[in-house]
Write a protein that binds this ligand. Structure first.
Ligand code: HEM
Length: 159
């Protein structure tokens, strides 16, 4: 059947012949499931000791929360879609609405995630890509605004 010009799958999947070259997903580049497992483990090890964050999580065990964060991140970066298969659409802001996340909680979350990332030793371009995403997401999850600093009060009487 093949006349040698057929492209795509008929070439036996050779990424250099025809079609779009197979691009590894960030999920694969970072190190797939073992990477995300290690990252989330390092993150929750610190959450477990934190007086602001720990009380927000289920009191008995962090295992369920670990799974949810890991599965979500894997899916987000191009890995298996197990998170949505089991939990539906992420709707993360909505799912965080029940927790009072102020800038203190946000910054603790980010501090622990930064340390967890440092432990993984990703190449700097991959580290930056992941870190910028996590920072943006954490700021988006803050749902208790910072107090507006007191500004000058205009006093009509004294003018
Ligand atoms: C800004 C600080 C944050 C705090 C204090 C926080 C706190 C929490 C808490 C208390 C839960 C419920 C725990 C559980 O699943 O049992 C949760 C769930 C979750 N968080 Fe966060 N979170 C923060 C930021 C983030 C960010 C930036 C992401 C994603 C990049 C994220 C992803 C998730 C996911 C996927 C779940 C599980 C949602 C579900 O399926 O129910 N969180 N978070």
């Amino acid at each position: 059947m093949s006349d040698g010009t057929t492209q795509g799958e008929a070439t036996g999947g050779d990424p250099t012949v025809g079609g779009t070259p197979a691009q590894p997903t960030p999920y694969e580049l970072f190190g797939a499931a073992p990477f995300f497992e290690s990252l989330v483990e390092a993150f929750y090890r610190q959450v477990a000791e934190d007086d602001v964050l720990r009380p927000m999580y289920p009191p008995d065990s962090l295992e369920g929360a670990k799974w949810r964060l890991r599965a979500f991140l894997e899916q987000y970066w191009g890995g298996p879609t197990t998170y949505s298969d089991q939990r539906g659409h992420p709707r993360l802001r909505m799912r965080h609405a029940g927790f009072a996340i102020d800038s203190v909680a946000r910054d603790r979350w980010l501090t622990y995630m930064r340390r967890a990332l440092d432990e993984q030793g990703l190449p700097s371009d991959q580290d930056l890509m992941l870190w910028q995403y996590l920072q943006g997401a954490a700021f988006a999850m803050q749902n208790v605004p910072d107090e507006t600093p007191p500004g000058p009060v205009f006093d009509a009487e004294s003018t």
